[in-house]
Design a protein around this ligand. Structure first.
Ligand code: PLP
Length: 194
């Protein structure tokens, strides 16, 4: 439709810059190798987050199917309304005990955890100092929050020192990562090898 022609223009512009993303379909359970699209042999997967290979572990699959039988699928509401269920509380209590903390809260994804932390804890009048290589979810969350944010590169600690010393802020937060998934290139399927 004519009124949506701008979408095609945007797609064309992305294509021209080689930025158009395409989805590939994995036709096997998560694991060290994956069947990609129509491949007949598996490829070694270097780009998943399934580091401990538990996504398809039979014990996990069994526990999930038993939980679905007992509790159904879906919490029926957000946590604040009536979606905080027994299994949420149990897993949070057990995880907090495992890491030796008084409490914890679980999020369905890393993106949501970063959003929640960075949009609520730093407040107006605070300064958030983000490593330039931080994950996009960290950068987006800090931008959307009320605090002022600045970036620094971890190979330039002098800039960080300067940023920490300057300005009149109530609190200063440094946000960096222990492992940078985005540092070299984005983790796309181009880093797969057969
Ligand atoms: C450091 C970091 N933060 C956040 C995310 C986003 O996590 P999720 O894919 O669970 O939303 C990732 C994903 O790889 C990550 O590496």
């Amino acid at each position: 439709m004519e009124k949506f022609a701008f979408l095609q223009d945007q797609l064309d512009a992305l294509q021209a810059e080689d930025l158009l993303r395409t989805l590939r379909c994995i036709r096997s359970a998560p694991g060290p190798t994956a069947m990609v699209d129509g491949d007949s042999r598996g490829k070694v997967n270097f780009c998943s987050n399934n580091y401990l290979n538990i996504a398809a572990d039979p014990h996990v699959a069994q526990a999930v199917s038993q939980a679905v039988r007992q509790w159904g699928y879906g919490a029926s509401a957000s946590r604040l309304i009536c979606g905080t269920m027994g299994p949420h509380v149990e897993v949070e209590e057990r995880f907090a005990a495992f890491v030796g903390k008084e409490a914890c809260i679980m999020f369905p994804s890393g993106w949501m955890a970063n959003e929640a932390v960075l949009r609520t804890i730093p407040q107006k009048g605070d300064l958030v100092l983000m490593d330039k290589a931080d994950h996009a979810s960290i950068i987006d969350a800090a931008k959307a929050g009320e605090a002022t944010f600045r970036t620094w590169r971890r190979d330039n600690p002098d800039r960080l020192r300067k940023l920490l010393a300057g300005g009149d802020y109530r609190r200063r937060f440094i946000v960096t990562e222990s492992v940078f998934p985005w540092t070299a290139t984005q983790p796309t399927l181009s880093c797969w090898s057969s």
